[in-house]
Design a protein. Structure first.
Length: 443
C-alpha cells in the first residue's frame, strides 16, 4: 500500500542508523520487498562521488551489521534483566523497592524495561500487581544515570514511560487522583523537551486514556491527534492503527457511533494481528459492539462469527467472558431474547465469582433489560432485589449503589421499563471512571 512507504526523513535516518531498533527492522523489511521508489529516495541521500549501487548496498550492509550487533547485545542484556527480575520477585514487596533503589546489581535499564512490560501485561488481569510493578519501574528509572540510558534523552524518555505506566495502572484500578499525580510527573518531563518521538507518543497515548475515562473528550482527542501525527511522521503504521483505535474509543464515549466505527475500520486496516493480537481483537470487539448498538445487528453477528476464533486463541478467562457478554448483546439486538438471557446470566455469575462487582452489576442490568422487553416484570423485580442485596454488602461506588437502589424501587413498583434500565446502565458506565458524578433520578 502507498501508505506503507516510510517518509524521506525516516529513510535518511535509517541510512545513517539513527532509528530505534524496532523502526530499523520495519524499514529493513520494507526495503527487502524491493520497493523501487524508496530505493530511489534512499539513493538520493548518497554522496555524489559514490557509485549508486555499491553506495546503497554497502550502506544497507553496514546498517544490517549494526542492527545485528546491537540486537545480540540487547538479547544478552534482556536475559540478564530477566534473571534479575525473577530474583526480585523472591523478595517481599518492601524489600524489592530497597533493592531497586539501593543495590548496584539492580541498576539496569533493561530491568526497568522488563518491569514496564510486565506491568503492562499484568494490567489486563491483575491491576493491583500492575501498579506495584510500575512503582518499581519508576524507582528503577529514578536511579539510572544518563550514561546508563544512552544520554539525557534516553534517561528522560525512560522516566517518562515509567511514570506514564504507573499513571495508566492507577487509572485501571480507578485511582484517578493518584493517576493524575503520576501524569503530572510525565508532563514535567515532556515539557523539558528532548524525549524520543516514539516515547512521546507512548506517554501521550496513555494520558489520553485517563482523559477519556474522566470524560475530558476534547483534551483526549487533542492528545491523540498529536500521537497520530508522530506515528505518521515516523511511518509507524501499526502504531498509527493503535492510536486510531484509541481515538475511536473517545468518539464512542462521546456518543459518536459513526465516528467510532469509521476510526475502527481505519485502525483494523493498519493493525498487525500478529504483532499485537490483543489490540487487534479489542478493535474488532469494539466495532462489533458499535455495530450492534447502532442497530446493525446482522452485520455485528457476521463479524462476531469471524472473530470468535480470535477470542479462543487468547484463551484467558476475561476475554472469554467478554466474548460471551458480546454474544448476549448481539443476540438481544437480533431479538433472540432467550439466547441473550442465558448469556447474561452466565456472565453475571462469573463476574460475581471473580469479585468483579461493577461488571456484575452491568451484566445484571443487561439481563434486566432483556426480561423487561419480554414483559416479565416479576422476574425483573426478583432480579433487582437479588442484585441490590448482593451489592449492599460489597464495596461498590456510593452513587452507583444509589442508581441500583432507584432501579430496584422502580422494579418493585413494576415501572422499570427498558428505557430506565438503559439510563441506569449509561450512568453506571459514566460514574465508574468519574466518581464525582451524582445520580439524578429521571423524571
Amino acid at each position: 500500500m502507498p501508505s506503507d512507504h516510510p517518509t524521506r526523513e525516516v529513510l535518511e535516518r535509517f541510512r545513517l542508523g539513527r532509528l530505534p531498533a524496532a523502526a530499523m527492522r520495519s524499514v529493513s523489511r520494507h526495503l527487502l520487498t524491493g520497493c523501487a521508489e524508496c530505493r530511489r529516495i534512499a539513493k538520493a541521500g548518497r554522496q555524489p562521488a559514490e557509485p549508486a549501487e555499491t553506495s546503497y548496498d554497502a550502506a544497507i550492509d553496514r546498517v544490517f551489521a549494526r542492527v545485528a550487533d546491537r540486537e545480540t547485545a540487547v538479547a544478552r542484556e534482556r536475559d540478564l534483566a530477566r534473571e534479575l527480575y525473577q530474583e526480585l520477585l523472591q523478595h517481599p514487596e518492601a524489600r524489592r523497592r530497597l533493592l531497586v533503589s539501593n543495590s548496584a546489581r539492580f541498576r539496569s535499564r533493561m530491568l526497568c524495561e522488563v518491569l514496564l512490560a510486565e506491568s503492562h501485561q499484568a494490567g489486563f488481569e491483575e491491576p493491583a500487581r500492575a501498579v506495584e510493578l510500575a512503582r518499581l519501574a519508576v524507582a528503577a528509572a529514578g536511579v539510572l544515570t544518563e550514561e546508563a540510558c544512552g544520554g539525557a534523552e534516553g534517561q528522560r524518555s525512560l522516566a517518562a514511560r515509567a511514570w506514564a505506566q504507573l499513571g495508566n495502572a492507577l487509572r485501571v484500578t480507578g485511582d484517578h487522583p493518584e493517576a493524575e499525580r503520576a501524569f503530572a510527573a510525565v508532563d514535567a518531563l515532556v515539557a523539558q523537551g528532548g524525549l524520543a518521538l516514539l516515547d512521546t507518543a507512548r506517554v501521550l497515548d496513555l494520558k489520553a486514556s485517563l482523559c477519556r475515562d474522566q470524560r475530558r473528550f476534547a483534551e483526549a482527542s487533542r492528545l491523540l491527534d498529536r500521537v497520530v501525527a508522530i506515528y505518521q511522521q515516523l511511518g509507524q503504521w501499526h502504531l498509527l492503527g493503535r492510536a486510531l483505535k484509541q481515538k475511536s474509543m473517545v468518539c464512542g464515549e462521546a456518543g459518536d457511533l459513526e465516528g467510532e466505527m469509521a476510526l475502527l475500520r481505519r485502525a483494523l486496516d493498519l493493525l498487525d494481528p500478529d504483532e499485537e493480537p490483543r489490540t487487534f481483537l479489542a478493535a474488532r470487539h469494539n466495532l462489533i459492539a458499535a455495530l450492534n448498538q447502532s442497530g446493525r445487528s446482522r452485520e455485528a453477528f457476521a463479524l462476531l462469527f469471524h472473530t470468535r476464533p480470535l477470542y479462543l486463541q487468547q484463551g484467558d478467562r476475561m476475554n472469554l467472558l467478554r466474548l460471551r457478554w458480546l454474544e448476549g448483546m448481539v443476540a438481544g439486538g437480533l431479538g433472540r431474547l432467550e439466547q441473550a438471557e442465558i448469556a447474561y446470566r452466565e456472565v453475571r455469575d462469573a463476574f460475581l465469582e471473580l469479585g468483579l462487582d461493577y461488571d456484575a452489576a452491568l451484566a445484571s442490568l443487561d439481563l434486566a433489560g432483556v426480561l423487561a422487553r419480554q414483559g416479565r416484570s416479576a422476574d425483573v423485580r426478583r432480579l433487582a432485589a437479588e442484585t441490590l442485596a448482593v451489592f449492599a454488602v460489597r464495596d461498590i461506588h456510593r452513587e452507583a449503589f444509589a442508581a441500583l437502589a432507584f432501579f430496584s424501587q422502580a422494579a418493585q413498583r413494576e415501572v422499570a421499563q427498558v428505557s430506565l434500565v438503559q439510563e441506569v446502565v449509561d450512568f453506571l458506565k459514566r460514574v465508574r471512571n468519574n466518581p464525582d458524578l451524582r445520580f439524578r433520578p429521571p423524571a
